[in-house]
Design a protein around this ligand. Structure first.
Ligand code: FAD
Length: 502
């Protein structure tokens, strides 16, 4: 019997003392997409650190570096014919495919429950019962609060409300100086992986259309010790102001008060229950505002669990495209070359470190792609390749559904917004050559023309949505010459994006 540990399941919770462990570094997998060098460095370095720690603790670890899982399994079953492998249920990989790979080599596969998510089948069916989609996050989140007991008092939510989001939309002002985010400088092993990644994979991300030139120094936690330190640093430095400024965006402040824990959670270096419990305890000690703590808990036991479940329950979500959007992703998503201050800064951050925070992902990047008309599948590929925390189970619901309104499986309306939103929640517009107040003509902000053009293009599909009534009445006010000029500007913006002159 051998414990098979996948690269995004680096947890000790399911490994018994002295148990033999199998790990396979499958390089072909990494060659298939134009992955950001920091994403590949993170996964391979974290795997190798995990291997070394297990060995130090007396585990026998068979670690194969090869092209495919199949090759690794060939080597394993040559050495240990008819072995039984035990695997923790993966979030993105199809278990049937893995079973086939194992059984075709004469082995057998046992699948154990995941330790990396809290919502098991029973909890999901308590929420979903026999309901058909659309699934509703808020109801799911409340059932998770009840089941876990987090922030609950005598069966009621602490403070009397389930959700304090209305207090979490403040803009701190341009002069706001948030605490520095932690950086975990590469050790010798990470440095070795990083230079090997550059040699081995730079060709494939360029061949696949990627252009991730010049990422800055790698900073992400690659061990559990570092991830736990990142959790402590979040609690000490940024938790109290996490809530109010959660939706804010500041030029040159890439982290604000976000936790930066997604890459560690998604690799298995941290578990969601310990993250939430640590945060709740720290909040009690510091008397941190409830809107900050509840806002954070909601992201982890709400959105993170919800997206993983929606991914598992929804066939064909990756290909969903109910708005029939077909535009290719503009090249500037790879190069960051645009005069638009918001897009340029956020894409620059992705190129440098494979990260941007939630509202930048939703209201700058995917909002732009949505109103531009980008094919959701192509956008999903870009997010999947570019972010250090990206895996198919989490990008697909976030990008295809939340960001692109691909299926309506949980989103009630598209997250489409004009420059008005960007100006309210950021300091980008004051330093941008485009005018956020203009909707058409030279120099007008592309977000405006694309936004109204998006509504006009999709009127047949969206007008009847009761949450869109108000915006369509505003569109009606523009009909005639105004809308013609706006749509002309939208066409011009697309041409500029295609020419690389936006
Ligand atoms: P915080 O803002 O500090 O939030 C705390 C934690 O909550 C995160 O670490 C994450 O684990 C969880 N979380 C918050 N929102 C979500 C969400 N919508 N879905 C799942 N988990 C959530 N998250 C990823 O983990 N990987 C992705 O590839 C990813 N791609 C995204 C793409 C788009 C278009 C959008 C709109 C969202 C995406 N998200 C993704 C969700 C969210 O943006 C990130 O989890 C978050 O920005 C990570 O940064 P953080 O750790 O500082 O998060």
């Amino acid at each position: 019997m051998t414990r098979w540990v996948l690269g995004d399941a680096l947890t000790r919770r399911h490994i018994r003392e002295g148990e033999r462990v199998l790990m396979v570094e499958a390089h072909g997998f990494a060659r298939r997409k134009p992955y950001h060098p920091h994403k590949l460095t993170l996964v391979f370095s974290a795997m190798r650190h995990f291997r070394d720690e297990l060995r130090e603790d007396g585990h026998e670890v068979d670690y194969y570096r090869c092209e495919t899982f199949g090759e690794g399994l060939d080597a394993h079953f040559d050495a240990r014919p008819e072995d039984t492998l035990t695997l923790m249920e993966p979030a993105s990989t199809d278990t049937d495919r893995l079973r086939e790979l194992v059984e075709s080599r004469g082995g057998s596969l046992e699948v154990a429950e995941t330790a990396l998510f809290l919502c098991d089948d029973e909890l999901w069916s308590d929420y979903a019962d026999d309901r058909d989609p659309p699934y509703r996050h808020e109801e799911f989140y409340r059932s998770m609060r009840r089941e876990t007991g987090y922030l609950m008092e005598n069966g009621d939510p602490v403070g009397g409300e389930w959700n304090y989001d209305e207090e979490n939309r403040e803009f701190p002002g341009e002069a706001y100086d948030p605490p520095d985010p932690p950086r975990y400088e590469p050790d010798a092993l990470t440095e070795e992986v990083e230079s090997w990644v550059r040699e081995e994979f730079s060709g494939s991300y360029e061949e696949n259309g990627g252009d991730w030139a010049a990422p800055e120094t790698f900073i992400w936690p690659v061990t559990r010790e570092q991830a736990l330190d990142a959790l402590d640093r979040f609690c000490e430095d940024r938790l109290a102001e996490f809530g109010p400024y959660q939706d804010a965006m500041l030029d040159r402040e890439w982290a604000l008060n976000h936790s930066l824990l997604s890459s560690s959670l998604n690799l298995g270096l941290l578990h969601p229950d310990e993250v939430v419990e640590t945060v709740i305890d720290a909040a009690a000690e510091q008397d941190a505002p409830l809107n900050s703590v509840e806002g954070f808990v909601r992201q982890v036991i709400g959105w993170r669990e919800f997206t993983r479940r929606v991914y598992a329950e929804t066939d064909g979500l990756a290909d969903a495209n109910q708005l029939d959007q077909t535009e290719p992703l503009p090249e500037l998503f790879w190069t960051g070359e645009t005069d638009m201050a918001c897009l340029s800064d956020v894409i620059d951050g992705v190129r440098k470190r494979g990260y941007s925070h939630h509202i930048e992902r939703l209201m700058i990047l995917s909002n732009f792609a949505l109103i531009y008309g980008v094919d959701p599948g192509e956008l999903n590929e870009w997010f999947h390749a570019g972010y250090v925390d990206a895996y198919h189970w989490v990008t697909t619901p976030n990008v295809v559904e939340m960001g692109s309104f691909g299926a309506g499986v949980f989103a009630t309306k598209p997250y489409a917004a004009s420059a008005n939103y960007v100006n309210k929640m950021s300091d980008y517009c004051s330093g941008c050559p485009y005018y956020h107040t203009k909707a058409s003509g030279e120099g007008s902000c592309p977000f405006n023309a694309l936004y109204w053009d998006f509504l006009a293009r999709n009127e047949e599909k969206l007008r009847s949505n009761h949450r869109m009534g108000l915006v369509y009445s505003h569109l009606d006010d523009k009909r005639g010459e105004k809308l013609d000029a706006i749509r002309e500007r939208a066409a011009e913006v697309r041409t500029m994006a295609e020419d690389g002159t936006l």
